[in-house]
Every structure is written in C-alpha cells, then in structure tokens.
Design a protein around this ligand. Structure first.
Ligand SMILES: [Zn+2]
Length: 182
C-alpha cells in the first residue's frame, strides 16, 4: 500500500475512534484530530526516510527493506500511544487522551494493511517472524533499493498486480465518501 491508502486508513480509524468514544472536543479540536489521525495512518513509514538515507550513503547498517525498522512493529506504537495517554491523564486533556487512541488506531491500521502482502512482525520483540495473508513473488529489480527508480518500477509494474492495491482503492473510496458525506 502506498501513501493515499494509508492516509485514508488513518482517516477511517480516526472517525471510528471519534464515533466510539464521543470525546468532549470542540469543533476545531475535532478537525485537528482528523488531520493528525489521517497522518498517523502513515506514521510507520517514517522509516522510509532512514532506509533511503542509509542506502544513499551506502551505510553498513542499511537494512534490506524499510519494514525491518522498529516503526513497523505494533508494540512500538502501543508504547507511543501509552506514553501519550499518560501525558493526557496527567494534564487532564481530552484532546491528548483522544490523540493517544488515534495514534494507536491509525498506526495499527497501517500495520494491518501491510499484513495483507508485505508482512509485519506482530510478535516482535518475542519473535522476528513476519505475518502476512500471502506473499506475492518478489520482483527482481535492476535499480538500487530505496532509489526513486526502484519505487517507480514498483508502482508502474508490480503494484497493480497485488491484492493490496485493490484494498487501497476500496479504503480510499470509503474515506472520500465519508469525508464528503460528513
Ligand atoms: Zn508500511
């Protein structure tokens, strides 16, 4: 899944959190929550920056794929969300408390989508095994991993053969529909 699908997933997750908890937020706080929640849907991919940079400089610490970093593990976002919840409780802030739930829902929606075909280490740090519904055959690329050419080749050739791309289109349409019918 690429950026639009994950952002749409974050938006849907935030709408769900707001619908379930009905937090006491002002209109502008709710708008900010939706913006931050939408972004949280793609938070795990901040490791793309570290991944691309380590490959660019040819670092020995460069990993084979960006999903090998801790930001693609559920426990990391559980810890971030718990820390935010503690701050929210200490400050008696409905906004921060809601944000903690939104961070968890958004980031985990990302990990769920990545579990369709890419694989997520759901049990890390207890196990390094990746879980996915299925693993499509790996496409060999002549381009350096993490380079623009590599991503372009992935988007233009492999992406639309994947199940994930259909989930992405569905989620994006659902988010747009909810957004306009708000
Ligand atoms: Zn991801």
């Amino acid at each position: 899944m690429v950026l639009p699908g994950h952002l749409a997933g974050g938006y849907l997750a935030t709408r769900a959190v707001l619908a379930i908890f009905h937090p006491a937020l002002t209109a502008s706080q709710s708008t900010w929550m939706l913006i931050l929640g939408t972004i949280s849907g793609d938070l795990p991919d901040i490791d793309v920056a570290i991944f691309s940079f380590t490959h660019l400089i040819g670092s020995k610490t460069a990993k084979k794929q960006h999903r090998s970093y801790v930001t693609h593990t559920p426990i990391f976002w559980l810890a971030v969300s718990a820390a935010a919840a503690l701050i929210g409780l200490a400050a008696s802030s409905a906004f921060i408390l809601t944000l903690s739930a939104v961070i968890l829902a958004g980031s985990w929606s990302h990990l769920l989508f990545d579990s369709i075909e890419y694989g997520v280490r759901w049990l890390w740090p207890f196990s390094d095994r990746s879980y996915a519904l299925r693993y499509p055959p790996e496409s060999e690329s002549a381009h350096r991993r993490g380079s623009i050419a590599y991503y372009w080749e992935f988007i233009s050739k492999a992406y639309f053969k994947n199940l994930t791309s259909y989930a992405e289109i569905l989620v994006t349409l659902a988010a747009i529909w909810l957004l306009v019918s708000r």
